[in-house]
Design a protein. Structure first.
Length: 131
């Protein structure tokens, strides 16, 4: 089990700041690399274990950072899949609602008059009501 503590680093020397920035850069690069290799349609898919070992060597990360980069990339991939499903169902329901409204509006009315749809005609009516 991992324990993570959130903290704010104060009074960092330039040397320490450089070390942390370098670590953050390597972790982000490792995460992007693993994201591109773990996608379902990746050109060169790699197994999770092999990818962790490769990240350790390529980005000079310890095993915890390498595993976290792979897990974070997989989390992003799975959340994107869920978002696609959610957006698809949302738009599907919006289309159904629009079809119902159009059907209801056109079944209750005669053929719509083009004048009723024009902006200038509507604006003229508003101005006449104001006078």
């Amino acid at each position: 089990m991992k324990t993570t503590i959130k903290a704010k680093l104060l009074n960092l020397s330039d040397e320490n700041r450089e070390i942390i920035d370098s670590l953050m850069l390597r972790f982000s690069s490792a995460m992007r690399y693993s994201f591109n290799r773990r996608q379902p349609k990746a050109e060169n898919p790699i197994t999770k274990g092999d990818l962790e070992k490769l990240l350790q060597k390529k980005y000079k990360l310890n095993s915890r950072y390498a595993k976290d980069a792979v897990n974070k990339a997989e989390g992003i991939i799975s959340s994107q899949k869920e978002l696609v499903k959610m957006h698809h169902s949302d738009y599907k329901s919006k289309v159904k609602q629009c079809k119902r409204e159009l059907k209801l509006n056109f079944s209750n009315k005669e053929k719509p008059n083009p004048k009723d749809w024009s902006w200038s005609h509507h604006r003229k009516e508003v101005l006449d009501l104001a006078n």
